[in-house]
Design a protein around this ligand. Structure first.
Ligand SMILES: NC(=O)c1ccc[n+]([C@@H]2O[C@H](COP(=O)([O-])OP(=O)(O)OC[C@H]3O[C@@H](n4cnc5c(N)ncnc54)[C@H](O)[C@@H]3O)[C@@H](O)[C@H]2O)c1
Length: 294
């Protein structure tokens, strides 16, 4: 492993919003941002894994923990699927801390069921929380980030979005959508130093406790994802980059297109079928759009 050569990453004078920060990964991100000097809006509606119920407790506890460690934080209990509550989160950051510079879109739920048995209301709810929840809060911070020529946004994707996962058609759709959303915002915000990146975490939380083996649960402490998330919202963050992080491993998620197979203008479906193995021969992969370095 290469040791970092950059100076220490600090967030003094930065205000960060972390959604779903009352538990699991979001809590770990919020605590570390607080330790590194950020003023943190700890958002969490306090829902169950399936997204039902409300509870102020988780957000309160995390905000209190940041403050007890000498940091600054405020709890926010808004539901990210509600546009007004998403806007309120940003207004609270500005009213309480004087601005907003970082947004980690982390809140999420699952309602796993094979597609054949999936209730469409459940499907819509999962899309609503992950996709529109992320859109709502990001849309609320976006004009502030552009106006101040600075912002860092992290969206949360998943291996379910890139590779698929049994029982998670809704979640996969939402998590794959994050990648296209992130790539477009990276293009639109880049010139104004508004960088958008994605993290694909693997961590032992209540969301994964029934999905991971005992061995994986032991090695995948949420704390191990934190360094990657912190880097991706720092001044040094790249723009348009998706990193997968879990345990002691970090990798680059690449959306790639292989070299094109060229057909005559008269090509038929039979020609495509006959060339299928050539078409899917990836050869040396190349990236469609590389992230730009910070
Ligand atoms: N744990 C993993 O291995 C893993 C893998 C891939 C992706 N993810 C993603 O990482 C993120 C965090 O997951 P986690 O494992 O820490 O889950 P978690 O269930 O421990 O935490 C999610 C938090 O989001 C909150 N939340 C849910 N709906 C909300 C809403 N509408 N508004 C505000 N808050 C809401 C919940 O109350 C909860 O505290 C999610 O987006 C998840 O999909 C996790």
């Amino acid at each position: 492993m290469e040791r970092g050569v950059m100076g220490s990453i600090r967030f003094d004078d930065r205000v960060a919003i972390v959604t779903g920060a009352g538990r699991g990964l979001g809590k770990a991100y919020a605590l570390e941002l607080g330790r590194r000097g950020a003023k943190v809006v700890v958002n969490d509606v306090g829902a169950s894994t399936e997204g039902s119920g409300v509870d102020n407790g988780p957000a309160d506890l995390v905000a209190r923990e940041i403050i007890s460690q000498g940091g600054s934080a405020i709890a926010h209990y808004g539901d990210i699927t509600d546009i007004d509550q998403a806007k309120d989160m940003v207004n609270v950051a500005i009213a309480h801390f004087g601005g907003v510079h970082i947004l980690i879109n982390n809140a999420g739920i699952t309602r796993d069921r094979m597609f054949v048995k999936k209730d469409l209301a459940d499907f819509r709810k999962v899309i609503d929380v992950h996709l529109f929840g992320t859109v709502n809060v990001t849309h609320a911070v976006w004009p502030h980030f552009l106006a101040q020529n600075y912002g860092r946004i992290l969206v949360t994707t998943s291996i379910s979005g890139t590779l698929g996962s049994f029982g998670q058609a809704d979640y996969s759709l939402a998590k794959a959508g994050m990648l296209g959303f992130m790539k477009t915002l990276a293009l639109e915000g880049g010139r104004k130093d508004v960088h958008t990146n994605a993290i694909s975490p693997a961590a032992a939380t209540r969301m994964t406790e029934n999905l991971l083996s005992e061995q994986d649960l032991l090695s995948l402490n949420p704390e191990r994802v934190v360094p990657t998330a912190i880097f991706l919202v720092s001044d040094e963050a790249p723009n348009g980059c998706a990193l997968q992080a879990g345990g002691n491993r970090v990798s680059h998620l690449v959306m790639a297109q292989n070299p094109e197979t060229v057909f005559p203008d008269t090509a038929t479906a039979e020609d495509v079928a006959a060339s299928f193995h050539k078409i899917i021969d990836n050869g040396p992969l190349y990236q469609v759009r590389s992230p730009t370095s910070g």
